[in-house]
Design a binder for this molecule. Sequence first.
Ligand code: NAP
Length: 225
Amino acid sequence: MLVLVLGATGGTGRLLVDHLLADGHAVRALVRDPEKGAPLAEAGVEVVPGDLTDPDLTALTDATRGVDVVAFCAGSGSATGKDQTLVVDLHGAVRTIDAAVEAGVARYVMLSSMAADDPWSSSEAMAPYLAAKHAADRILRAAPISWSVVRPGRLTDEPGTGEIRIGQPRIPEADRGERTIPRADVAAVLAACLTEPAAVGATFEVLSGTDPLAVAVAALTPTAP
Ligand SMILES: NC(=O)c1ccc[n+]([C@@H]2O[C@H](COP(=O)([O-])OP(=O)(O)OC[C@H]3O[C@@H](n4cnc5c(N)ncnc54)[C@H](OP(=O)(O)O)[C@@H]3O)[C@@H](O)[C@H]2O)c1
C-alpha cells in the first residue's frame, strides 16, 4: 500500500514511517522543512514539499493522489498559540480529509487525542486544542471514507512496550493511571489500524496497559456515528 503520512518529521509520525517501511509499505510524506525531510528520503520515503497552512492546495492535492491510506500525525505543538491550533489541528486536518475524499483514498487514520469527545473535561488551556481535535474527528467520521480515530493520552518518548489499554468510547477514570503512552506504542497502534478490519469505523482512547497491542486492536468495534 502507498501511505501518505502527515507529520512524518514529528515524534510519532517518524516512528509510524519506520513501522510502515518495515511492514513493506510505500510511504509518501508531506514535509514543510526540506532539512527535516532529508533523513526520510534517505530511509526510502517519497518526500514532497508542502505545508498544511499553505493557501495554495496544489501540494496537498498532488501528494494525496494515488494514495491508499492517509495517516494524520501532524500537530501544531504545545509551544504555539491558538491561531496555529486553528489552522493546523483543525483546518489543516480538514483539508487533508477533503483531499483524501477528493482523491478517492480508501482509508484515513486520524491521530486525535484523549478527551477530544469533551474538550472542557480537561484544563481550560487545553480546551481550544481539544475542540480542534473534536471537530476534525467529527468531520472525518461523517466523511465518505473508511476511517479510524485513535485518541491517546499524553505522549512520551519511552520505549514502546507493545502493551496497551483501549477504551471505547473512553477509558474509565479509575483505570487511567498516569494517562500516558509512548509514541512508539501509538505508532504501532496506527500501523495496526491500517490493516486491521476491526479498526474500521472505530473511535477509541488508548493508554499504556497490559493488553497485547495486536489483540486489543483486533477487539475494536465500530463506533456509532
Ligand atoms: N503530545 C501529546 O502529548 C499528544 C497527546 C495526544 C495527541 N497528540 C497528537 O498526536 C500527534 C503527534 O504528536 P507528536 O507530539 O508526536 O508530534 P510532533 O513531534 O509535535 O510533530 C508534529 C508534526 O506536525 C508537523 N506540522 C506542524 N505544522 C505543520 C504544517 N503547517 N504543515 C505540515 N506539517 C506540519 C510537524 O512538522 P515540522 O517537523 O516541520 O515541525 C511535525 O512533523 C499530533 O496530532 C498531536 O496533536 C499529542
